[in-house]
Design a protein around this ligand. Structure first.
Ligand code: BDR
Ligand code: CA
Length: 319
């Protein structure tokens, strides 16, 4: 199975991603690092520990990382994830505690001690990854690759052009792209498409399966799951899709493209993805030469990933 470290800002869809990763036999979660993003850091840590209780995964170490982005203040996404970061679904408190060491130290240890190269899965602003790569550059050579949810080759969500994770800490994302590690971008182009149908989420939320009830509540967090509010339901599995892409890469079409993070002006936080077809002399300006080459997911078989998500959680036959 693929050894991974998850970097999260739990977060409704980070919670779904953690549940999936822990349950999938093809993934070995070595540890989880937390960062400020969807919610404040302390809340992210608490949410992460609680969701690991739901997943019945007591042995996975969790560490607290950066309390804010490299340059800017933290700006939680309460309008999307609620004041508690989990859409107010009220998971039971946990008796578990985070590691005594911070996220950078935990990640370094897990990466250097593991006998095979580790995949770093970033589902949040990339502050922890940037600090890790700057503090211990030797870890770069021990990574299989970085898979990150973030960015977009088209529209944004935090701004017209910027996706939230990159927008929250653009300098960190730029540092990570500059680290010379093979990188896979699971951006909004695919993120916005993979969803569980409304009636399935309703059935899960009302069912007997304890994990299913939590998944149903997370999927439906923005609306009471009633008929009149149905129009607002999105059912996106979100960050979980990025983890799904690791075990079923053929459900997506990705292209290796030059990518760069815009750091200034109205476009701050945008991932510029060079989608031009380079045919010899077309490349007169050679702009792409200094840009990082990233495998960018552009299309997805959304139903296939949503099915993989539900089946892995043992929820495939609910409806
Ligand atoms: C990303 O930002 C957060 O709201 C989600 O958890 C996801 O990682 C989407 O832009
Ligand atoms: Ca996230």
């Amino acid at each position: 199975s693929v050894p991974v470290i998850l970097d999260v800002d739990t977060g409704v869809d980070d919670a779904l991603a953690i549940l999936f990763a822990v349950r999938h036999p093809g993934i070995d979660v070595l540890g989880i690092s937390c960062v400020a993003g969807n919610a404040a850091l302390a809340q992210v840590v608490e949410n992460t520990l609680r969701i690991l209780d739901v997943a019945d995964a007591p042995g996975i170490p969790v560490a607290a990382g950066a309390v804010r982005p490299l340059l800017e203040p933290a700006r939680a996404a309460r309008h999307v994830h609620g004041a508690d970061g989990l859409g107010g679904i009220a998971l039971p408190p946990t008796s578990r505690r985070p590691e005594p060491v911070g996220a950078v130290e935990l990640m370094r240890r897990l990466i250097l001690e593991h006998e095979t190269p580790v995949t770093l899965v970033a589902l949040a602003p990339q502050t922890n990854l940037a600090l890790l790569l700057r503090t211990y550059p030797e870890v770069a050579g021990r990574l299989e690759r970085i898979v990150f949810m973030g960015g977009s080759a088209s529209v944004g969500n935090a701004t017209a052009v910027a996706e939230f994770n990159v927008w929250h800490d653009p300098e960190a994302a730029a540092i990570v792209l500059d680290a010379n590690v093979p990188t896979y971008m699971y951006g909004l182009d695919v993120f916005n498409r993979v969803a569980v149908p409304h009636d399935v989420a309703v059935a899960l939320g009302r069912g007997d399966n304890p994990v299913g009830r939590v998944v149903g509540a997370l999927l439906g967090h923005r609306v009471a799951l009633s008929e009149d509010e149905r129009a607002e339901y999105t059912g996106l599995i979100g960050d979980a899709g990025a983890v799904c892409s690791i075990v079923d890469p053929n459900a997506l079409r990705a292209e290796v493209r030059p990518v760069r993070v815009e750091l200034a002006g109205y476009g701050r936080g945008q991932t510029l993805v060079d989608l031009r077809t380079f045919a010899g002399e077309d490349m007169v300006h050679g702009i792409a030469d200094e840009w990082a080459n990233v495998e960018v997911a552009l299309e997805v078989d959304a139903e296939r990933l949503a099915r993989l998500f539900l089946d892995t959680l043992g929820l495939g036959d609910v409806v």
